[in-house]
Design a protein around this ligand. Structure first.
Ligand SMILES: *[C@@H]1O[C@H](CO)[C@@H](O)[C@H](O)[C@H]1NC(C)=O
Length: 352
């Protein structure tokens, strides 16, 4: 005889995560039928595990959006477009766009999204433009950034600094960001602004370690941060390709390519980083400037070759600059792939 089958339902007392909606034309209370008009209102209303859905269109808030609360490991919070709608957040109306030459931007004003002491958030597929930095994350860990586009911002497009760890940055497009307060370059449509600066087509490691991909331009962080930067391309930036920017930690940089940047390809001035199998090519002020604590092997400059354009299959970036595939990845092309087939430098042809 079968014994009594007991089914025990254990209630963990968990409150179901909620969905919160925002629309550029919203005037409501955060429901799908009556969305908020302000992204900040949604962030204020969110608790761990909630999803903030942004309806399509262009948001033009006059103050930046502050993230200062956290999700949890098992209930991360997220911000994403509703279905396949296209979301642009334009920071032009925010303070500091731009600051006067030589004037610095107060910490809290940095970033269209200012993410500080905010952990376990996920951000998907948002376009952040004309802001006082695009994403500015500081002392922010366990966050996930996928499919973002940060371009034409004043200061850095995507900045991650401070005591931050275990962040993942995947499929980031960051380009035409510039620092007018420092360089006195015109902030609006000028030839300087148009200087091509598509920063990256990074495939970040699945392990969840951080890849940063910006040639960052702001104050030096002093907390060591050991990022992994793999399969990233930094090309035709106004200044440097990749820089540790005062980070005293240890970056692991593998299979990246710095090409035709206006300054040096790789600048490691403060870290104990390890650089392996990277290519530096045609960077105006040299391929790599590394302090003695850096270990470098198998990189183009270690191989005794001057990596000229003829060593690449192609130097045509048009496919990379085109729309991404439906999977969020850049469309594969021969751009900067070594003609020899050598396992060196970045490639859009495969995940590394
Ligand atoms: C790293 O962050 C992810 C979220 O992006 C989280 O799921 C994971 O548990 C974190 N790992 C560690 C070791 O904290």
């Amino acid at each position: 005889m079968p014994s009594t089958l007991a089914i025990i339902l254990v209630s963990l007392g968990a409150v179901a995560a909620k969905d919160i909606y925002v629309s550029p034309t919203g005037t409501g209370t955060g429901t799908l039928a009556a969305p908020y008009g302000s992204i900040q209102s949604a962030v204020n209303a969110a608790v761990a595990g909630d999803t903030i859905y942004l309806r399509g269109g262009t948001y033009r808030p006059s103050a930046n959006i502050q993230f200062s609360k956290s999700g949890t490991r098992t209930s991360p919070s997220s911000v994403r477009p509703y279905q396949s709608e296209k979301v642009i957040i334009d920071g032009e109306n925010m303070p500091g766009t731009p600051k006067a030459v030589g004037e610095s931007l107060p910490n809290s004003e940095r970033g269209i999204f200012h993410i500080q002491n905010a952990n376990y958030w996920a951000f998907y597929k948002l376009e952040l433009i004309n802001g006082p930095y695009g994403i500015y994350a500081r002392d922010a860990s366990h966050n996930y950034y996928d499919g973002l586009s940060t371009h034409d911002n004043y200061e850095t497009g995507f900045q991650l600094e401070g005591a931050s760890s275990n962040n993942t940055v995947a499929n980031l497009d960051s380009y035409r960001n510039r620092d007018p307060a420092r360089t006195a370059r015109a902030p609006t449509a000028s030839p300087a602004k148009k200087a091509p600066a598509r920063a990256t087509s990074c495939a970040t490691p699945a392990s969840g370690t951080t890849a940063t991909a910006t040639a960052s331009s702001s104050a030096s962080p002093i907390t060591p941060a050991n990022h992994v930067v793999r399969n990233c391309i930094a090309f035709q930036n106004y200044k440097k390709g990749f820089i540790d920017n005062g980070n005293p930690g240890a970056l692991a940089m593998e299979r990246n390519t710095a090409w035709k940047n206006g300054d040096t390809g790789y600048v490691m001035r403060s870290s104990s980083s390890t650089l392996k199998n990277n290519i530096g090519s045609n960077n105006v002020n040299g391929q790599a400037t590394l302090v003695s604590t850096v270990k470098a092997s198998g990189n183009s400059w270690n191989l005794g070759v001057t990596w000229t354009d003829s060593l690449f299959k192609s130097t045509d970036s048009s496919t990379l600059k085109g729309a991404r595939g439906s999977d969020g990845r850049v469309v594969p092309s021969d751009f900067l792939v070594p003609a020899s087939g050598q396992a060196i430098g970045a490639t859009t042809r495969q995940k590394l």
